[in-house]
Write a protein that binds this ligand. Sequence first.
Ligand code: GLA
Length: 392
Amino acid sequence: MWRFVISLLVIFNFTLAQKFEELAKTPPMGWNSWNKFGCDINEQIIKEIADAMVKNGMKKAGYEYIVIDDCWQIDRDEDGNILADPDRFPSGMKSLGDYIHRKGLKFGIYSDAGTMTCQRRPGSRGYEFQDARTYAAWGVDYLKYDWCYHGTQNSEASYTLMRDALYKAGRPIVLSICEWGTTKPWLWAKDIGHLWRTTEDIINCFDCINYWGGLGVLQIIDQSAEIGDYSGPGGWNDPDMLEIGNGVLTLSEERVHFSMWAMLSAPLIAGNDLRDMSKETIEILTNRDVIAIDQDALGISAIRWMKYGDLEIWFKPLTDNNYAFCIINRSNQPISINQDLKTKIKKKYFIDDSYTVRDLWTHKNIGTTKENIVATIPGHDVLLLKLVSNKK
Ligand code: GLA
């Protein structure tokens, strides 16, 4: 009898683990409140953002999670239950989750593995199982779990604890590990979370480093160069959320940002005000060809193939024997290229002369691999190419 019960439990845990594993076969896509709104959030804004995601074509393009970052929580009640700020979220989180679900979207929330969140709201330390049950009851589908005020806690143990709490609560919830790459989560997080931040926070800037550690777009790309092999279906390197549409990056810089996040198979989590976007911002965020590079089923993160001064060429193998190349001009002056793309990379990828070369920003075929690619790339811009095999 006991054997039977134990095998049932094993099967149950196995199917549950499988359910969790299947949550992020491709990098998660969605929106998060932090980059634009910081703590200035409320249920009205979140509902309007969900409405906008449906209306502006983002949902159709694949975005699905609406994630409420720090500052939604205010306290715990006498039984230890986490409480949402009643002034900002008067209808409560369950009702907000229902609203998001009615739009056909998914509901994300934020907490912290330490005693407090980064904005000094209650963290989940000591309340992991209780919080996971609460999230499951609210219909949460995604948890971003931060690393402030962790004291002497061990990162792997702390994130494993929350993973186990989520398993126990029984609702499949994506676990987004946010420990900023400090203890190299790409080495240990694959069976714990679905994505893990690899760097400090992104700042809204193309090429800069902040004194407290925030990184610009180029600096994050540089930090991503050596760890691509650790990312793949089910568990993704997360170079942080997008700053597209937040009014600082130029359109060409936004193209570099979006192209490279796609090349890196990064989660695509928009961080702007979706209710108020220019046509150009919408076009960038919903560029299907670029999103397809990000969401390619192989899930291989790009390799930095060449670097000559301010010019870099990144390369990403895709399904159907296709490839993507992203040529970045890091300088603010135009650079002309005359590049042969026929090559052999890492002894396993062979590019012969049988490919059509397509520009994923102009949506035009610009040649084949029989001849060199000749182009001028404006300052702070990219040429994002897909090489489509003609040998199917
Ligand atoms: C940390 C995270 C950010 C954001 C803030 C909220 O800095 O890395 O992404 O969640 O906390 O306080």
